[in-house]
Design a protein around this ligand. Structure first.
Ligand code: G3P
Length: 414
C-alpha cells in the first residue's frame, strides 16, 4: 500500500470531516492510504510543509490558506501543478467542472489549475439572535453604523467584554472590506495581474473605518480577537453576539452554540457609492508537493477525483459552510431546496455573486502575504492600543508592505 500524507490545519468539526474523508477513501480502495495530520494553524502548517520540503520529507498534500497562494506559485520545484499531475496519472479531470470564481484563484493566467480547491469560504457576519433580541436590537444590522449601534445596545445589556468582534482582523477589515466597498487594496487588480503591485489601503475610507474600531475598542464595544480564528469560541460561548468569521465556521457553530444563530452578509458603509460590491474567497486549497514518485502522484490524483464527486462535494458544502467546489454540487444543493431551509449556507454565495466583480473585487494575490498579514496586524494592533493614529498605522502598514512586495519581486525574478 502506498501512503499519502496530508498535512492540514483543521480543528473541531472541520477536522472530523478531514478524518472521515480519509477513512472513506481508504475503505473505497486497497492501493493507497491517505494519512491526515493536523499541523497547527494555517501559517504553522504552511511553514512546516515548506521546511519539510527543504529537508526532503514533505507530505504529498499540503493544505495552504488562500494568502499563501503567491508564495506557493513562486516555489518552483517545490510543487507539482495539479493539472499536470492529473494528466500524467490519467485521472478523469475536467477543469470546467469547478466554479471559476474559486479556480481562478488557484490557476495561472492560462487557466492551468496549480492547486486543488478544497475548502473555499467567504467571510460572513455571525449573529446571536437571542442576545440581539434581549438587547432590544430589531432585525439584523446591515451597515457598519447599524452594527456599532447594535454593539452599544449589546454592551449595555450585559455584553461588557464584547459588543462585536471579528476573527482574522486583516481579512475582515482590510481584504474583504476593500472588495466589499469596491476600493483597491493594491494596484494591478490587487496583485492578480502581476507581482509588481503597490498597496493602497490607506485611503480615507480605510482610515475612517479603522478609526471607528479604535474608538469603539476603548470601552470594548468592539473588542479585538486576534490575527486568525483561534478566538472564534467567543461567538459560540455567547460572549460576542456579533462576530465576523469564515462561512466555514458553520460546523463548529452548529456543534457548540446553544442559542438561535444565523449568518448575514458583512456590513458596509451606506455612503460609499455601489457598496456592497462582492466579497472574495478565503479558506484553503490543496497543494501537491514536488519530488514524489509517480505511483504516489497516482494515489493523490485518485484522491482528488474522489473529493470531486458531486454527492461528496454537496455534503461537504452543506455540512461545513465551505463553498461547493464543483458546479454540479452547487446545482444539486440548489435544486434540492437546501438553501431555503438553510440560508446560513447560502450567505457566502450571495456575497460572492452580489455584483459582477471589478478590478477591486476579483480577489488578491500578494507575494509574502503571510508575512504581510502579520505586519498589517501589528500596525492595526498599535492603533487599537492607542499607540498610533489610524492614519499612521495604515500608512505604515502600506509602506512596510510595499517594501516586502519589492523583496518578493526580487526573489521571484532571480
Ligand atoms: O477560516 P477559513 O478556512 O475560511 O479561512 C479564513 C481565511 O481565508 C484564511 O486566510
Amino acid at each position: 500500500q502506498t501512503e499519502i500524507h496530508w498535512w492540514h490545519a483543521m480543528t473541531g468539526a472541520n477536522n472530523d470531516i478531514i478524518n472521515r474523508l480519509s477513512e472513506e477513501f481508504n475503505a473505497s480502495q486497497k492501493d493507497y492510504k491517505v494519512i491526515p495530520t493536523y499541523k497547527g494553524t494555517y501559517a504553522d502548517n504552511m511553514n512546516a510543509g515548506i521546511a519539510a520540503f527543504r529537508a526532503g520529507n514533505a507530505p504529498h498534500i499540503l493544505q495552504v490558506f488562500e494568502v499563501g497562494t503567491a508564495t506557493m506559485m513562486a516555489a518552483r520545484g517545490a510543487i507539482k501543478p495539479v493539472h499536470e499531475m492529473m494528466k500524467e496519472a490519467g485521472e478523469k479531470f475536467d477543469p470546467q467542472a469547478y466554479l471559476p470564481t474559486i479556480t481562478g484563484y488557484y490557476s495561472t493566467a492560462k487557466g492551468e489549475m496549480l492547486s486543488f480547491p478544497f475548502n473555499s469560504s467567504s467571510m460572513v457576519m455571525w449573529v446571536n439572535r437571542d442576545e440581539l433580541k434581549k438587547a432590544g436590537v430589531n432585525g439584523i444590522p446591515k451597515t457598519w453604523p447599524e452594527v456599532f449601534d447594535a454593539a452599544k445596545k449589546l454592551k449595555a445589556a450585559g455584553h461588557e467584554t464584547c459588543g462585536f468582534s471579528s476573527a482574522w482582523i486583516t481579512w475582515a477589515m482590510i481584504e474583504q472590506f476593500s472588495a466589499w466597498h469596491n476600493v483597491p487594496m493594491g494596484t494591478k487588480a490587487n496583485g492578480l495581474d502581476g507581482f509588481d503591485t503597490e498597496l493602497k489601503f490607506n485611503s480615507p475610507l480605510h482610515v475612517k473605518h479603522l478609526q471607528n474600531l479604535v474608538d469603539l475598542q476603548k470601552d470594548k464595544t468592539f473588542d479585538y480577537s486576534g490575527r486568525d480564528s483561534r478566538s472564534e469560541g467567543r461567538f459560540t460561548s455567547g460572549e460576542c453576539a456579533i462576530f465576523l468569521n469564515s462561512s466555514g465556521f458553520y460546523g463548529n457553530v452548529r456543534a457548540n452554540a446553544k442559542f438561535d444563530y444565523t449568518s448575514a452578509p458583512m456590513p458596509y458603509y451606506p455612503d460609499v457609492p455601489g457598496a456592497p460590491q462582492n466579497s472574495i474567497i478565503g479558506g484553503a486549497s490543496l497543494w501537491v508537493m514536488g519530488g514524489k514518485k509517480p505511483e504516489e502522484y497516482k494515489g493523490v490524483a485518485k484522491f482528488f477525483a474522489f473529493l470531486s464527486d458531486t454527492d461528496r462535494q454537496a455534503k461537504l458544502h452543506q455540512e461545513s459552510g465551505y463553498l461547493p467546489i464543483t458546479k454540479a454540487a452547487y446545482e444539486k444543493t440548489k435544486a434540492s431546496g437546501f438553501y431555503e431551509k438553510n440560508p446560513i449556507v447560502q450567505t457566502p454565495l450571495l456575497e460572492l455573486t452580489n455584483k459582477e466583480p471589478t478590478e477591486n473585487s476579483r480577489g488578491l494575490r500578494f507575494g509574502n502575504m503571510v508575512q504581510l498579514r502579520d505586519v498589517w496586524s501589528e500596525e492595526i494592533e498599535a492603533a487599537l492600543a492607542g499607540q498610533k493614529s489610524a492614519k499612521d498605522a495604515l500608512d505604515a502598514a502600506v509602506n512596510r508592505g510595499n517594501q516586502m512586495l519589492r523583496q518578493f519581486e526580487r526573489t521571484v525574478s532571480r
